[in-house]
Ligand binder design. Sequence first.
Ligand code: ADP
Length: 482
Amino acid sequence: MSKWSDFKRDAIFVGGRWLDKASGGTIDVTDPATGKMLGSVPSAGVEETRAAIEAAHAAFPAWAAKTAQERAVLLRKLADEILKHQDALAELLTREQGKPLAEARGEVGMSAAYVLWFAEEARRVYGDVIPSPWADRRIIVTKQPLGVVGAITPWNFPSSMLARKIGPALAAGCTVVAKPASQTPYSALAWGILAEKAGIPTGVVNVVTGDARTVGGELTGNPLVRKITFTGSTPVGKVLLKQAADTVKKVSMELGGNAPFIVFDDADLDRAVEGAIAAKFRNSGQTCVCTNRFYAQAGIYDAFVEKLTAAVKKLKLGSGLETGVTQGPLIDDKAIAKVEEMVADAKAKGGAVATGGKRSELGLSFYEPTVIAGATSAMQFAREEIFGPVAPVFRFETEEEALRLANDTEYGLACYFYTRDLGRTFRVSEALQYGIVGVNEGLVTTEVAPFGGVKESGLGSEGSKYGLQDYLDVKYTCIGGI
Ligand code: ADP
């Protein structure tokens, strides 16, 4: 049995070599549940980032030239290695990120599921033969891997966000330089260890930790990188889009959300509350598909608030390593300060705290799971992502009003609604300007379905057959003189 510490590597992974020193010094990593230092990792500068890009570039031709079947076999081994070490990887994840161990285990399981899915999809990169308008010429369309991919990932899903990028990239025949968030570098560096164990050739997967601007600047500026895939906030996504424009890189962007969760009068309220807990409080509210705004129709408003509050009171806050804990700490001081600011703003504008509403006695960045009734559009969380365990409940009267409020945001990632009316199910899901819609479901992510947003929530899809297309170039070949 492997231990979590077997996967804690204080070194960056460049061209198959582990470097324990880098030009940018080091980055300290803290366990958010204890406030204690977990370790420190090298901070890569331009030099090491460039070396990683060059290693990925050097590895690309041979990796791309492998048959899809050969790549699929190696990806299956990678998925097997992840599952073999699921417990160790989960504990490492909880220690650096804070989420409950059960959730961390689930996330690592999802990582394996993504890799396995893309191992299977690798063999289904079909082209086309298009009927030609010329009698003497033929038109053939093929798909080719686009080259070196720069993958920048956040701290909320430090393992599976990389699986969604490394999985399709490798399946398509691309090579990768990954840059994880500095709060959670270990789960990303573990991908280097896993790639080695699976026998993925040297240079195909590289992982560098370091200052975001320095590493990000090189990844977006270097002409050898042909695609940037990013998961994180909308403001940073916009910066990366601008930077990537100079060398016209392909981009995939999974950005912020402001998910509405609409509960209509005809909903199954118990089911809605169950979905609400999953959609709001998973990872202590720190996911881009977490509900930001609950809209409850007037007829069930009070009952929904009451039932939601009762369910939230049952959540258990504590260290993710403790049995029974469902809510870990927030990632850092900045995160808890933002939540405090939003709750203070809501209170000042007439919001009623039904439960929680303050920091926990546990200290550090533990915040009590919170429900706020009487939420209004004037409150900060109507517009901004909360990224914390706070559930504001807004009241609405009609379906039309709910749709107008739900769509009144520049974001368009996930949304949810609860109804038992079939006509409404179609009407509302078609009218919601979102990339992901959960109807009577609060948890919809799976590797087989496309995950992605519209409007300022992003570009492209991850997972599913669509997720693979984003790593391929389309080539049109015209054969004449027939
Ligand atoms: P979050 O709010 O989830 O921390 P960010 O968008 O700030 O989201 O961070 C997501 C990822 O983007 C992290 O890996 C972070 O280090 C990286 N990042 C942040 N700023 C930049 C930047 N200017 N250039 C490149 N990467 C960045």
